[in-house]
Design a protein around this ligand. Structure first.
Ligand code: AHR
Length: 500
């Protein structure tokens, strides 16, 4: 790998005497929509499929995703949520009515994957359910009945219907979103109108079992629409547990030509990373508005859609949002997680868009074949940060510049887990040069350091079905401890996780 150290090292101070907030496990959450091949093929193949499955859910994908310790999964959309009518997705599959998925390719949705199948999926993954309800084209009654159907243990019409469909026990739904992108595909509402709708719909998202209360999340802003946050917080903050935020990283500024996932030069490498770092400004500014209305930070910022969004892979259905994932996406994931950790006092959940076969996916499938993306590997490497306590870091880093663009070369985040282990993750955005990171450790008595690194020969290295291990983590030997001083030779264009 052609990379040599630049002259300027990065200097990092890690003071374990200062403790930050806990990184909510849900920051490593996921999102799976009825979109393209995410649910159908990616998750659901049906019990008659030759692809090995458990009650219709494919085993290879579950086994891969279980390695990520996914804490929470958002479903059924996305834009799909606001045209989804849950009663079409229960009962015998062969008699469920079909519908047109108008947002995503106008394909026929046969409703074979519905509430029971989703709850089976979260059960197999061992994660919590985050359901997104239909405000855009659904009624208050429909939403109320769905919550009753899923969570009531009473002798009631909806709980009895659930029993008739083969499920006696209520499920646990910990998180419920009241609409999705209500400013756009979810109904083109103004913030004033949506806050009133939120207040109304939310009233009927009942806690049928007080022992299992549901956290209610309001639809939040599109990127830098700060007025949306202001209005929502002013009109409805006491009635919500969380307010969402959506932000996607596009290399180009045009939705018509977002840029290729795999064919890009250094100009779009640095632009993509610079645009990713905009997440910091978004959280800071939305967070400042939230602070004014909620200084105690009771309301979580729920970044329930984030990730890269490119042109679809050539020859694939434009409505399916199928894209490859390269080393660039791994760097994007690492940078985003560091930003989320730095705001762990407010950011209590995020959901990558999306888990399988759509946008910045963990897993891609091709019929019976499956591969793990570089993004998957970052989620797996960083899972040690889940539920750990932030150790604040002070970082002085050289810049990485190309053309007119300039971004910090190094990004870092540290945490201490319940067992007292310290983990330090590092990202080098510079595609050419390794960087020495000199790290002073205070309050950490480490006598051993080990780690793993994710890097590859080219910026666009990615896994294919013919070469599924072109990029994967390797043991990292570039970290040395000398008393309270840790020195890391951080390879060019890499993501590293260290255990102290
Ligand atoms: O993740 C794809 C789409 O992006 C979602 O359906 C929608 O909420 C957003 O615009």
């Amino acid at each position: 790998m052609a990379s040599s150290p630049t002259s300027a090292p990065a200097v990092l101070k890690l003071d374990a005497g200062q403790t930050g907030p806990v990184i909510n496990r849900n920051v490593y959450g996921h999102f799976a929509e009825h979109l393209g091949r995410c649910i159908y093929e990616g998750v659901w193949v049906g019990s008659d499929s030759p692809i090995p499955n458990t009650r219709g859910i494919r085993n290879d994908v579950i086994a891969a995703l279980k390695q990520l310790d996914i804490p929470v999964l958002r479903w059924p959309g996305g834009c799909f949520a606001d045209e989804y009518h849950w009663k079409d997705g229960i009962g015998p599959r062969e008699s469920r009515p079909a519908m047109i998925n108008t947002h995503w390719g106008n394909v026929v949705e046969n409703n074979h994957f519905g509430t029971h199948e989703f709850m089976d999926l979260v059960g197999q993954l061992g994660c919590d359910a985050y359901i997104c309800g239909n405000v855009g084209s659904g009624t208050v009654q429909e939403m109320m009945e769905w919550v009753e159907y899923m969570t009531s243990d009473a002798i009631s019409p909806m709980a009895n219907l659930r029993r008739a469909n083969g499920r006696d026990e209520p499920w646990v739904v910990r998180y419920f979103g009241v609409g999705n992108e209500s400013w756009g595909c979810g109904g083109n509402m103004t913030p004033e109108y949506y806050s009133d709708q939120y207040r109304r719909y939310n009233t009927f998202v009942k806690n049928y079992r007080p022992t299992h209360p549901i956290q209610r999340y309001a639809c939040g802003a599109n990127g830098s629409d700060y007025n949306w946050t202001e209005v929502l917080m002013k009109k409805a903050a006491p009635l919500m547990h969380g307010l969402s935020l959506h932000y996607y990283t596009l290399p180009n500024d045009s939705w018509q030509n977002k840029g290729s996932a795999t064919e890009f030069g250094e100009d779009l490498w640095i632009t993509t990373l610079r645009k990713t770092l905009f997440m910091e400004e978004l959280i800071t500014k939305h967070g400042a508005i939230m602070d004014q209305h909620d200084p105690a930070k009771r309301v979580g910022m729920i970044i329930d859609e984030w990730g890269t969004w490119y042109n679809v892979e050539p020859g694939t259905n434009p409505g399916f949002l199928y894209q490859q994932s390269t080393l660039r996406d791994a760097i994007v994931a690492g940078l985003n997680f560091h930003i989320f950790h730095a705001h762990a006092d407010r950011v209590t959940m995020t959901n990558i868009a999306q888990t399988i076969n759509v946008l910045q996916a963990m897993v891609l499938t091709d019929g019976p074949r499956m591969l793990l993306t570089p993004t998957y590997h970052v989620f797996e490497m960083f899972k040690v940060h889940q539920g750990a306590t932030v150790i604040p870091v002070t970082l002085t880093t050289p810049d990485y510049a190309f053309g007119q663009e300039k971004i910090p070369a190094v990004s870092a985040s540290a945490s201490r887990n319940a067992a007292g282990r310290v983990h330090l993750s590092l990202v080098n955005t510079n595609p050419h040069h390794a960087i020495t990171v000199q790290c002073a450790l205070t309050g950490i008595s480490a006598d051993k350091v080990s780690g793993r690194v994710l890097t590859a020969p080219a910026m666009n290295t990615h896994n294919t079905f013919d070469h599924p291990e072109a990029i994967k983590p390797a043991d990292f030997t570039g970290a040395k401890l000398d008393g309270g001083q840790l020195t890391v030779e951080l390879p060019a264009k890499s993501v590293v996780i260290l255990k102290l």
